[in-house]
Design a protein. Structure first.
Length: 176
């Protein structure tokens, strides 16, 4: 049996090459890490990310404290060869505290270069009542959130305080 050494060399070479995952695979890894609420896992995916990494780690904790549950993982949108949008529809305690039947869609805007997330931001379709309630709490009950929402690593206390404030907002709205 004659061995084709060139063929074996090519197979060995190709086997040793590490392929770079495509943007959708990277986005899926990110979303899975984010909603696992495992900050170490998420942080390891974000090793090449700019300062937006801290904001996303904070938001992950906020989502965990707000009991975000994925209701629908929408199709990812590849804007170009380096930007992918990841819309995720969630149920959470903050919207639930407002007694409305609505699921928020948070969209992660990931900028990927050479197989690594380099920058990201988020956007959301929070309903107007959410923003109105938040502004009302800030204006009418600042003492409720000043301490709880002070500092970047206290998201659980802040979420709890906002939920209390939303209950007071609803009570005030019902008295009108």
């Amino acid at each position: 049996m004659k061995i084709n050494w060139i063929y074996l060399f090519i197979l060995a070479f190709l086997g040793s090459c590490k392929s770079i995952p495509n943007n959708v695979e990277i986005a899926n890894q990110f979303v899975e890490a984010f909603y696992s609420f495992d900050s170490i896992r998420l942080s390891s995916i974000l090793t090449k990310t700019d300062q937006s990494k801290l904001g996303i780690l904070y938001y992950q904790k906020w989502a965990e404290c707000g009991n975000y549950k994925i209701m629908k993982k929408n199709d990812f949108i590849e804007k170009n060869d380096s930007t992918i949008l990841c819309p995720i529809t969630v149920k959470d305690d903050l919207i639930g505290a407002l007694n409305i039947d609505f699921y928020v869609t948070d969209t992660f805007h990931l900028h990927i270069n050479k197989g690594q997330i380099r920058y990201m931001r988020t956007s959301s379709n929070d309903p107007d009542i959410y923003h109105k309630a938040k502004e009302w709490v800030i204006k009418n009950y600042p003492e409720l959130i000043e301490e709880s929402c002070n500092g970047i690593w206290a998201p659980c206390e802040c979420v709890k305080a906002m939920i209390k404030g939303y209950a007071q907002f609803l009570s005030a709205e019902n008295q009108k």
